[in-house]
Design a protein around this ligand. Sequence first.
Ligand code: AMP
Ligand code: MN
Ligand code: MN
Ligand code: MN
Length: 277
Amino acid sequence: MTELYDLHCHSTASDGALSPTEVVQRAHQQGVTSLALTDHDTTAGIAEAQLCAATIGIKLIAGIELSTNWQNRCFHIVGLGVDPTYAPLATATHNLQSTRLERAEKIALKLEKKRIPGALEAVKKAAGDGMITRSHFADFLLSQNHVSTQQEAFDRYLAKGKPAYVSTSWAELELAINWITESGGVAVLAHPLRYKLTANWMNRLLTAFKDVGGLGIEVITSRINADEIRRVTDYAKRFDLAGSMGSDFHNSTNPWVELGRLAPLPKNIKPVWELLG
Ligand code: AMP
Ligand code: MN
Ligand code: MN
Ligand code: MN
């Protein structure tokens, strides 16, 4: 059987549309043989995903996508092969749930000032026990016809510099990487091209990332083109980072972002799964 890795996706434990069970089932249908569930700042979906994966015979890697700060900017770090029961990580995710709730309260207040009431109740209801994210606010704005797409919700309200943006203190990069590493996991820089860094800043980020124990970089993401793959491959090689691949699947609305729908990892890069125990 051909191995197919998808090491980045979301469930209802954060801003995904499918339950952990449904994500695992869909991944299996798409031919994925190893799946990492990497919800934002939580491992709450892992146990359920693990159970389903064992039943249908796909390998489930316990993962997380941590929101981190470095140089006053936000970077997403995927942890692969983490131990959700490792106390410092469990405590951190517990605290991050409060951080996210407090941020949601502030976002809702800012929306109220723009004469958009009711956001907090709506996002709390939509997130349920899961992490509240800006995606939930985008869905709310869409459902109330304040915008006509999710993207427009970010562009007009939720993105940095927009009226409902709330700057948040996430974990410092080094601390977040320590939680991942000390729980037995591998830290991977998520979607490196999405931060729109200059080459100089990318070099500084990757130097800092390596310094504090980062081991991998997402080389293959959904919708990445050949030129972008070359650029990230070059960074992976220069900084001696293992290459990861992940769809960042959230829901089935975009046919170009699908579980397992990924270009192959370039042959000249060390695959991150060789680092997983
Ligand atoms: P949060 O971690 O709560 O700030 O939410 C971040 C999530 O919002 C990301 O993981 C994406 O799913 C989504 N997101 C962020 N920026 C955008 C954007 N410009 N357009 C659409 N979705 C976005
Ligand atoms: Mn998301
Ligand atoms: Mn991300
Ligand atoms: Mn993600």
